[in-house]
Write a protein that binds this ligand. Structure first.
Ligand code: MN3
Length: 201
């Protein structure tokens, strides 16, 4: 067996535990086929190059904005984005730490306004992409990114993400991206994970 430069972790929960918002069938395709597909392409592209010796974050930041490395960037970023998405999701949501609650209050007013901002940005993203909660120098903000793009490429601190590519929701919600986002935001975001990311910022 040949060793490969990059790998992905097992899912942090059972594949049926987000149902009915995200079914085990969706998780099976999304984690098993899409996420692993990006991983396999990344490993094929990185094998035998200096990228194989770098961390995933370094590869993303090195390839970002480099036209010759667009394919490598796309696959590396999608490996990171999906791993971050699985960690952003949880069967039961919990609550933000008191430090993160204060930051949410300062930047958005309250948690309902943050939830609305995430849904609005994700629903408004034209085509495939992601919606993120990011910790910036002057507070928290919500950002939607296109295709594989990720705030990590620009060195920003991500707290949470939601995949808004159709493959993330189509089997369970058909074209109702907003319904998928509302259900995730109200029931399945891992605020313990977000709080840990915020503490590390
Ligand atoms: Mn996806």
């Amino acid at each position: 067996m040949t060793s490969t430069p990059f790998s992905i972790d097992p899912l942090p929960w059972a594949d049926s535990s987000l149902a009915p918002v995200i079914s085990a069938r969706t998780i099976g395709f999304h984690y098993g086929k899409h996420h692993h597909g990006y991983l396999n392409k990344l490993n094929a592209a990185a094998q035998g190059t200096s990228f194989a010796e770098q961390s995933l974050e370094s590869v993303i930041q090195a390839a970002y904005g480099n036209a010759d490395q667009q394919g490598l960037f796309n696959n590396a970023a999608q490996v990171f984005n999906h791993s971050f998405y699985w960690q952003s999701l949880t069967p039961s949501a919990g609550t933000p730490s008191s430090a993160l609650k204060d930051a949410i209050k300062d930047s958005f007013g309250d948690e309902t306004a943050l939830a609305d901002a995430l849904v609005k940005a994700g629903a408004g993203q034209f085509g495939s992409g992601w919606v993120w909660l990011v910790a910036g120098e002057s507070g928290l903000f919500v950002e939607a990114t296109s295709n594989a793009d990720t705030p990590l490429a620009r060195g920003q601190t991500c707290l949470l993400t939601i995949d808004v590519w159709e493959h993330a929701y189509y089997l369970d919600h058909q074209n109702d991206r907003r319904g998928y986002l509302e259900a995730i935001v109200s029931r399945h975001l891992d605020w313990t994970f977000a709080s840990c990311q915020f503490d590390r910022a």
